[in-house]
Structures are given as C-alpha cells and as structure tokens.
Design a protein around this ligand. Sequence first.
Ligand SMILES: [Zn+2]
Length: 466
Amino acid sequence: MTAAIDRAAVDAWWATTGVPTLEEFVRIEAVSPSFDPGWQERGGLDAIVDAVAAWLGSRDDAPTITVSRIEGRTPLLLAQTPGSTTDAPNVLFYGHLDKQPEGTGWTVTTPWEPVVRDGRLYGRGSADDAYAPLAAWGAIEAARATGAPMPSCTILLEASEESSSVDLPAHLDALAEQIGTPDVVICLDAFSPDDRRVWSTSSLRGIVVMDVTVQVLTQAAHSGDAGSVVPSPFRVMRQLFDRLEDASTGRVLLDGLYTTPPATLPGIVEGMVGAGLHSPMEDFPLVDGIVPEHAALVDQFVHRAWDPAIAYAGMDGFPSTASAASVILPTISTRLSVRIPPDLDPAVAAAVLSDALTADAPSGAAVTVDLIAAQGGFSAPLLAPGLEAALHAASQAHFGETAGFFAAGVTIPFMGMLGDRFPGTQVLTLGALGPGSNPHSADESLDLRAAAALTAAVAQVLVTGL
Ligand SMILES: [Zn+2]
C-alpha cells in the first residue's frame, strides 16, 4: 500500500496546533515526584494531566478520556478511540507528562518559559516528554485524514516516569481490562541517535541500585595507634569491589550478571555502524587522554548493549579532605548503580550482587547490603515483516532514509514492565530525543522538524503497517 499521509498538512498542524499547545504544556511546572516531595500540594502533575485531557477532549472526534487517580500516587491519563471495525488491531501509545527538575545553566530561555528558536522549541519537558500526546494524537488525526481503516488506539500518559515509573504498575493493574492486550505498542520517549531516519530502540539494559556498607569500628580510631592493627574499612570495601569487577579492565567478574545476546544483536550493531553513528565516546565531556574501555566502535556498541557495568555513584562515611583527621573510619558506604543485560531478571541480578558482597566478609567486617531499586531491561521481539516494511517505508518517506534499530545502554522502566505484561506484543520504541535535545539538562529542546516527521511516519505506520 502506498503512503497517503499529507506531509504538508502534518507540518502545518505542528506549526498551528502542535507548537502553541506544547508551549502551554512546557509552562506547567510538572516536576516528577522523586524531585519534589511537595508535588501533591503544588499540583503541577494534576495541572498538566488536566491540560492534556482538556486539549485532547477539544479535538474533533475526540477520544474518550480517563484520568486514573489512586490515593498518594501521581495521576495517569488514558485517551481511547475505537478502531474502524470491532476486530481492528489495538495500538497503545506511551508517553509521560512528569518532568525533570529545572536545573541550572539555561541560556536560551528559562525552564518554564517556552521559546522557539531556529526550528527548536526550548523549555523543560519539550522533548522529554510533553510532545508525546501531540505526536500520538497528531498521527491519529493524520491517519484518519487518509480515510484508511483505523486501529483502535489508546494513548497512555503517566506522571512518574522520571521517578522510575513507581506509580505505573498500580495504574496498569487498575486499568488492565480497559487497556486490554495491545497488538502494537508505540513508545514515544526514546532517544534517536541521529535525525536522518526513524530509529526504533531494540533493547534497553536494566538497572540494580544498592548500597553496600562496611563497618569495622563503633567510632573512628587514631590511625597511628590503630593502623597496622585494625583493618581499614576502605581496604575491606576494595576487596568487595574486586569480587565484582576486574580493577584493571572494568570487566564484571560475576557470571550470573551475563546473558547470551540474541542472534539479532550483531546485525543491529552492524546497522548502527553502517548508518554512520559515531562513537558514544564523542557524546561525553572527556578530559584529554581518556582511553575507551573498548577500542572498536562495534565492541563499544555490543558491550554497552549487553554487558553488565558498575558505576560507583556515591559514598558516605568520608569527611571532606579539608576536614579529614588522621583516623581509621568506622563505617563507610558505597552506592552501586549496576546496569544489567536487557533480558536478565533484575531480582536475580540483585541476589547475585548481594551474595557476592556479603559472603565471607573480609577481616570479619560487618557488611550489609540495602537494595534501593531493581528494574528489568527490555529486548524487543522480532518485528512482523509487514510492520517492519511499513516502518522502513515511513522512515524513507518522511526522513529520507530507511529505519534503523538501536541497541541502547540506558533503561526505560516502562519498557521492562511492558515486556513482562505483554510478552508477544510488537513494539516500536521511537522518540524525538535527537542530537542537541539535552533532556534532563539545561536548554532542553524539541527539534520541530523531527517531531513533525516522526508524527507523519507514525501516521503512515498506522495506516500501512498493521
Ligand atoms: Zn522521558
């Protein structure tokens, strides 16, 4: 089937409807709950859910709106529109309305005052992820305008994504019947490593966060008196770290934290390299002379996609150097943030880590582990040939190149939950977080051309891919 999406109409829709509506959403200080304990009193999350509901409700042939509210949790919005026939496929769109806190260092505008400059809309939440309801509904309107048969569509917009989607499972449980079983999920919250094609994320790593505490004394001891006699808690901690990873290479040593990558991974990585993606090293503010953990680009992409990786993200128990006395410290703690393979059960990973850290404590130290969070990754099932072909054609038509598949290193908690709840569902993990969009940072912005192209491409998939 050929594309019948009127691209000029989609571009015009973004200029006249998308931009002013997104500006309204950017102005709402909808900071995610983990950054704002007073979110309920401040009301930003309720305000943005109400604003999006009002906008969707104002459209022609408006969807049926459900706002799910559960005591003590952030709200969730469902917008549903029936398919052309009762057996039409079910499409579930995902996005989130909560935002990162404002942060510092903004130069183009202030976080809550949207500005359009050089084709980009600046402001907190513009790209992550307040454009999602616009791209989803814009695609539905563009698809409807073709006159083709429509799938049944549900747009799910949650408000706790930036807080690890803590409130999402409760809403999914409460709304299970209403959501049903989607045939295709279109996530509109992913990175796009370049703006030359539609990228669909094929896998995401999971994450385990835990604190490990080592105690050797009940209070600090003079290091001249106790040194050479009392074991240092830092040395004990180093021994524990040495159980987790090879200090000279960074390779994680625990076999239980590895899985065998799927047979499709080499092809996906080949596609990433073939598309001209640069080394991830170029994305980070490295100091001179830093050597990558893997030299070849292919290896960087493969290991980032499927290897465990440990970050030592915080430490307690140490005074600052300026106020440090010559003592052996009594108790120290380290926050471990461990990325895990996409298909590894996070509870299993947490147990593997905890067992390694607490077995047979060095020097008889008291070692305790507190699990902070454990979230699964995601490995997309193979796309049905028809859907994959439609995605390539839509990308070719609206970006100029066929679609790409991206094996990511990051975690999107929703995608892990989705894989667990709907194991056979087809998934397109798309997004407008392209180069220069600076999510979570200063000068966050949405590339309006890319947003319109993505909207048109999704519309085309709706009418040709299902
Ligand atoms: Zn996001």
